[in-house]
Design a protein around this ligand. Structure first.
Ligand SMILES: [Zn+2]
Ligand SMILES: [Zn+2]
Ligand SMILES: [Zn+2]
Length: 255
């Protein structure tokens, strides 16, 4: 999925307490001014510095767990990772930090069990963070929902089925066919335009004006091109009722 990047790289969380700081975070620092709650993430050195800065507001720290790549923006200090079994976002709420099976798929998840992981393994599986880029990409590449873009289980839906590989897009086949014809430039341009706008049966119902603007040709160039295409049997005038149309030969639509 990633090219030219060291994919064994450990996933890390940046230090937001020092600005700028290139060290990875080791701690989430939480503090509570009256009636409020704040959290930031900090490397070793900045953890200490930040604790001193907010010392009057009951600061405390939570270790950053391997695999965490961000924290929620709600100041709760919730860590976010991708599950190495199912690829989905998983959350480590501060109150669960010392528990076993502490990662959750969302607020209402009480067990931390990984449905996709269980489906795949046939045993009880709990969400666990991917700790390297390679591990995360592997999980994202084989999600049951089929979506490679990281998302939470609560935002999960099955990805729309992609066109079956090996079934070429018909318009693309027609355009490729048009490009392969040995023709002078203007007729070839016109043929590509028609192939692009023809319906699945190869019928083009737009008019000469569309040909002009679409292919950037003047009227005389269009008419001359139509004559050449017609003579070679590549684009045949036809009619749908009293409407004039043009028809591509069937080869254009067969791969
Ligand atoms: Zn730092
Ligand atoms: Zn999972
Ligand atoms: Zn999903």
């Amino acid at each position: 999925m990633t090219i030219g990047i060291d994919t064994d790289r450990a996933i890390s969380l940046r230090c937001y307490a020092g600005s700028p700081c290139s060290q990875p975070s080791t701690h989430v620092v939480l503090w509570n001014p009256p009636g409020q709650q704040y959290a930031t993430t900090a490397c070793e050195a900045h953890t200490e510095r930040h604790m001193a800065l907010v010392k009057n507001h009951q600061p405390y720290t939570i270790p950053v767990v391997d695999g965490t790549f961000t924290v929620l923006a709600d100041h709760s200090g919730t860590q976010v990772a991708n599950c190495r079994h199912c690829g989905h976002h998983i959350y480590l709420y501060p109150r669960l930090v010392d528990r076993d099976n502490r990662w959750r798929s969302g607020e209402y998840d009480e067990t931390g069990r990984c449905p996709d992981g269980e489906r795949r393994n046939g045993t009880v599986v709990h969400h666990e963070p991917a700790t390297t880029v390679a591990e995360r990409d592997r999980a994202l590449g084989r999600t049951f929902c089929g979506r490679r873009l990281p998302h939470a289980l609560t935002d999960c839906f099955v990805a729309p089925t992609a066109r079956r590989i090996g079934t070429p897009d018909r318009a693309l086949t027609a355009i490729t066919w048009a490009l392969a014809q040995n023709l002078p430039p203007y007729p070839k341009l016109l043929l590509v335009l028609v192939a692009r706008h023809a319906d699945p049966e190869g019928v083009y119902t737009r008019d000469v004006r569309h040909m002009q603007t679409g292919a950037g040709l003047n009227n005389a160039q269009v008419l001359r091109s139509l004559k050449i295409l017609n003579a070679r049997g590549l684009l045949l005038p036809d009619a749908l009722g009293d409407e004039v149309c043009y028809r591509l030969p069937v080869e254009a639509y067969t791969a």
